[in-house]
Design a protein around this ligand. Structure first.
Ligand SMILES: Nc1ncnc2c1ncn2[C@@H]1O[C@H](COP(=O)(O)OP(=O)(O)O)[C@@H](O)[C@H]1O
Ligand SMILES: Cc1cn([C@H]2C[C@H](O)[C@@H](COP(=O)(O)O)O2)c(=O)[nH]c1=O
Ligand SMILES: [Zn+2]
Length: 287
């Protein structure tokens, strides 16, 4: 593997390029487009064939091209865990603390989650904070106002992040290019412990990742998983304690095994009942 940049030398002079590489070709073709902070304008190499005024022109041109990169870098913080583990509570605390320190904040949640209240994020303990309930994250900038987004917003909280298909693109752009701090709360896994939406895709671009735990409803131990108590099998199913319970690993494994069998039995019986005009109902937890 070849090291292209040596940390001990100034960035532009430290490239070891034995023959034209993609990097040097692009650099020549676009006349110094690399104006992100790592490539400081003061270090533009002096070219004996250029006058100092044409160097100044180059620097001005480069400075104007650097605008998209001129926002200070933002941050991405991801908070995951099963249901009832305190994700919304944690998001709320961090948002309040950012606001107390003078930052301008906004919170977004998926409009799919219509439990409790449409215009607020609400914890399972009833704490609330006003939010934008949206179908996707891309619509946020327009709804908030492009100007207000650019100039009057520092911190964005996102709750129920598993429901946003454009989560990864939105967060990366907000933090990398727009200098925003993004705090993301969502389920890492669904009721079958499969990755949920694109929350986990954020891990490589996140500054911090926190996995919270709840208490197992059966034995009181640490609960890292969510068990669905009803017969439904679709991935997305909005609900609270009437549908889901937090469980530890051993109660997930035993419960899920029994529930899957019960779902299969119910499927078969509902098919039989459908032909007789009856309907199957919900399951009881198998503990
Ligand atoms: N089985 C449960 N049913 C209802 N509420 C619960 C249950 N277990 C814990 N809670 C409460 O939910 C709170 C966490 O709520 P919240 O922050 O909304 O969690 P999350 O966003 O992770 O679902 C806990 O502090 C606890 O008081
Ligand atoms: C496990 C699981 C959950 N959901 C839904 C249920 C709730 O509406 C939200 C999670 O809310 P919380 O703030 O984490 O309590 O997600 C789902 O649709 N599918 C699932 O498998
Ligand atoms: Zn348990």
């Amino acid at each position: 593997m070849r090291t292209l940049i040596s940390p001990s030398l100034p960035p532009l002079f430290s490239l070891h390029l034995p023959r034209p590489s993609l990097f040097s070709t692009a650099l020549r073709a676009s006349r110094y487009p690399l104006t992100a902070p790592a490539f400081s304008l003061n270090r533009l190499p002096s070219n004996p064939h250029r006058s100092s005024s044409s160097r100044r022109e180059l620097q001005t041109e480069a400075a104007s091209k650097s605008k998209p990169f001129s926002a200070p870098p933002g941050e991405i913080h991801v908070v995951v865990g099963p249901m009832f583990s305190g994700k919304t509570t944690t998001l709320l605390r961090r948002i309040l603390s950012e606001r107390e320190s003078g930052k301008k904040v906004a919170v977004i949640k998926s409009d799919k989650d219509d439990r409790y209240c449409a215009e607020s994020i609400v914890t399972h303990d009833g704490e609330k904070f006003p939010c934008w309930a949206l179908p996707d994250l891309n619509s946020f900038k327009e709804r908030f106002g492009f100007d207000a987004y650019r100039n009057q917003l520092d911190v964005i909280g996102i709750d129920e992040a598993q429901f946003f298909g454009d989560l990864y693109e939105f967060c990366r752009e907000a933090a990398d290019k727009e200098g925003k701090t993004v705090i993301v709360a969502g389920l890492d896994g669904d009721y079958l412990r499969r990755r949920f939406g694109s929350v986990l895709d954020l891990v490589p671009v996140a500054d911090t990742v926190t996995k919270l735990a709840s208490r197992c409803e059966v034995c009181g131990k640490r609960a890292s998983f969510t068990l669905r108590k009803t017969e439904e099998r679709e991935t997305e199913l909005i609900g609270g304690a009437e549908v889901y319970m937090p469980v530890c690993r051993s109660h997930y494994v035993s419960g899920q095994g029994v529930l899957e069998t019960a779902r299969a039995v119910l499927d078969a019986s509902s098919q039989r009942n459908a032909t007789r005009g009856l309907e199957a109902t919900s399951l009881s937890p198998p503990f």
